[in-house]
Design a protein around this ligand. Sequence first.
Ligand code: 1PR
Length: 523
Amino acid sequence: MITFLDYGAGNVRSVINALESLGETVRLVTRPEEIVSAERLVFPGVGNFGNVIEILNEKKLMEPLREYLRSNRPFLGICIGLQALFEESEEAPGVKGLGFIPGTVKRFVTDLAVPHIGWNGVRARKPSRLFSGLRGDEKFYFVHSFYVVPEAEEDVLSLTDYGDAFVSGIQRGNVMATQFHPEKSGEAGLRVLRNFLDLHADEGLPIHVPGKTRLAKRIIACLDVRSNDRGDLVVTKGDQYDVREEGIVRNLGRPVDLARRYYQEGADEITFLNITGFRDFPLEDMPMIEVLKQTSEEVFVPLTIGGGIRDYTDKDGRKYTALEVAAEYFRSGADKVSIGSDAVLIAEDYLRTGRRTGRSAIEEISRVYGNQAVVISIDPRRVYVDSPGEVRHRVIGTRIPGPKGEQYCWYQCTIKGGREGRDLDAMTLARACEDLGAGEILLNCIDRDGTNLGFDLELINAVKKAVTIPVIASSGAGCVEHFYEVFTETKAESALAAGIFHREEVPIAAVKQFLRGKVEIRL
Ligand code: 1PR
């Protein structure tokens, strides 16, 4: 029996699913006494330090937790569950953490993209049963903007490099905590969880990793989902966003089946886009929630969901905020939500008024769940112009001339699945969304979508220059070389594809095999 601290925020379901997949029975803590009587305690974490501590205080869980930690019974903290062990965090100045480990939590200051998102290695500094049986070159999934700084060297379990080295694991007796998410780290992560559960696991030797650990470029499989004409939820795929063939919605398979297959083939992340979400209200679309629930039971890599994340009033006049919609998705197993159409409208407002209202979907969701949980999906299309001064948008010189030989273009943002063009360019949108609290950009390209012509490198470079948050390159992948190209000719942190994976033209394993030794990836 594992006691599990569900403080009511973020994707805790994935940790429960991972523990249950290892045969454990999970008991959720609802009252302080349940912590005091626990025998093994897991404290998962997604979200904001201040928010989490506030909830723990409200629920009167701080003192029981301190008592539990002092008793040296097995404890596993994950991400915020690690950070909460410390005295305080730059994320919420003035808020007192559990203070079990002397030290603080600081924000990354680096030229690299922040949050640090993705698969990175660990260098263990001392033997620990947590890392028993690992080879040493495994990668684990990280997603955070803050890192812990313990005062005592003895508390450090592992280091990871992102620019400088930071502490990615701590251990003091039976109290262990990782900055990475074992429940999202595939087989290696499940091994770490199993080691925690197995009180008799061999301590092994410290993992020796020569040199620095390196963040992997991520390969993401994307499932565009919608109901077909018979009302079944199917994975579909368009050419330049047109998903119908001879008037019928293409059906490429069942969402849960494809997600499972991609997980087994080595996808580093899976994205579901409810492509008709802009017109249907997702919380009425329970099958999508069901897809997420079922997928998260057997897929242990990060899941993103997009489509219809916005405020909504239903036919009975009941109002739902985007935050409530997102919360339902997080509870069902999503790690991140992706906002498309609404992000454009929010950015337009912000750029017009120059004011943050604090109430937009981007601001509210990132405040509660952290910036890393908010992805902005951009659906731009090229608009060619004769000269850079012709429009007041950010124009680039292009090596792919327009139909009349134009040498310049700008990237027009669209909403409603490309149906409506707006007076805003993709770079300005990305920048504004970053200001408002978005943690990642999913950069599609309508011109390239489904064409197999390769990613639009000019678009990716232009957007990447406009932001400091990670960018997912999307649309147009047609062969393994296109992934090499996007990772060597742009600074995109990850690359997403759909059609070639669904049609089994290029398996994910083949992409990884091709990149192996050339580009840092998770094997
Ligand atoms: O606007 O917040 O409701 O979100 C709707 C979401 O649905 C957006 O993220 C938008 O990108 C997506 N979407 C809407 N309509 C379509 C469509 O195809 N008709 N799909 C659509 C977008 C683009 C990619 C695709 C890549 C890779 N699909 O996600 O998977 O282009 O494809 P490829 O590798 O086959 O080239 P909201």
